[in-house]
Design a protein around this ligand. Structure first.
Ligand code: NAD
Length: 286
């Protein structure tokens, strides 16, 4: 069984990103990303510190905008608009959740689609859905980056995605479809998930239920990408029961150390894509 570790994927992508940021710096260009934190949500605060650290390591500048728990819709939208207008900010990440008085969807609608690092705007959802490019959310991009790094093609494969959330399941299914996979999506109302999974060449699990998928549900030789991050008996585990699935799968991502490890790098890399979308007529990828 091949363990699809995220670390070498991160290293390969980060090396290219850092080299590019160095070149930009040598040309006197200040490349930055903007992060908006509204309120006191603990997980959003932790994610902000984490992103800042990772951006710094890669050599990317961060413009941090923090608004209080009592912020108004107008203040949030004005903060986004300021980042929209700032030419040194190539991509923006509005952290969720925002306080309850904030209409998150309305706030996101103010974000320039070409700075929308996590593919949140309707424009990018539409572009990704229609296979016409755009910014896809970072976690689905991380899944594909892992498959690419380990040279696992999706063309003609039966990909079964478990979960249909707007940030993971749905976009990753569409991105697999864009790569000519035959795609099945299972969700909480699917009645024959085991039968569908046993026919899958590639399984992408994004549910949020510890060990939902075990080895009896996997076709021998399948590739399994586990997006889930769950707490079980004080440990972080995936949606996939690693031990039993490792007995039958050909390749499997670990949790932790798999998709989650690569997701942040995809966010930072989005800045590279945003720069090129704005400045050059090239679709070359980092
Ligand atoms: P979500 O709750 O928004 O969506 C879960 C999906 O699973 C839903 O579409 C639901 O229909 C489906 N589902 C629920 N129970 C099911 C069942 N018994 N059988 C089949 N489908 C079922 O969750 P999400 O935001 O998509 O996140 C999913 C998991 O991925 C979570 O564990 C989350 O922590 C993790 N996650 C990881 C990363 C990362 O970078 N690795 C990023 C985002 C989310």
């Amino acid at each position: 069984m091949i363990r699809l570790d995220g670390k070498p994927v991160v290293e390969a992508h980060q090396k290219k990103l850092t080299a590019w940021l160095d070149t930009m710096k040598n040309q006197g260009l200040n490349i930055q990303m903007g992060i908006l934190l509204v309120g006191n949500d603990r997980s959003a605060q932790m994610y902000l510190s984490f992103m800042e650290k990772k951006a710094k390591q890669a050599g990317l500048g961060v413009v941090k905008v923090q608004l209080p728990e009592t912020a108004t819709q107008k203040e949030v939208e004005e903060a986004i608009e300021t980042m929209n207008q700032d030419d040194s900010i190539y991509g923006v990440l509005p952290l969720m959740p925002m306080p309850k008085q904030i209409d998150e969807a309305a706030a996101i609608a103010c974000l320039r689609p070409d700075k929308d690092l996590d593919g949140l705007t309707t424009t990018n959802v539409g572009l990704v859905s229609s296979g016409k490019g755009g910014f896809a959310p970072c976690t689905p991009r991380a899944c594909l980056a892992i498959l690419d790094y380990y040279k696992i093609p999706l063309d003609g494969k039966h990909v079964v995605v478990v979960g249909r959330s707007p940030v993971v399941g749905r976009p990753v299914a569409l991105m697999a479809l864009a790569r000519n996979a035959t795609v099945t999506i299972c969700h909480s109302h699917t009645t024959n998930m085991k039968e569908l999974l046993l026919d899958a060449d590639v399984v992408i699990a994004a549910v949020g239920k510890a060990h939902l998928i075990d080895g009896t549900m996997i076709k021998p030789g399948a590739v399994v990408i586990d997006v889930g991050i769950n707490e079980l008996d004080g440990k972080t585990v995936g949606d996939v029961d690693y031990e039993s699935v490792a007995q039958v799968a050909w390749a499997l991502t670990p949790v932790p150390g798999g998709v989650g490890t690569v997701t942040t790098t995809m966010m930072l890399e989005g800045v590279y894509d945003a720069y090129h979308a704005r400045n050059v007529d090239s679709t070359e990828h980092c």
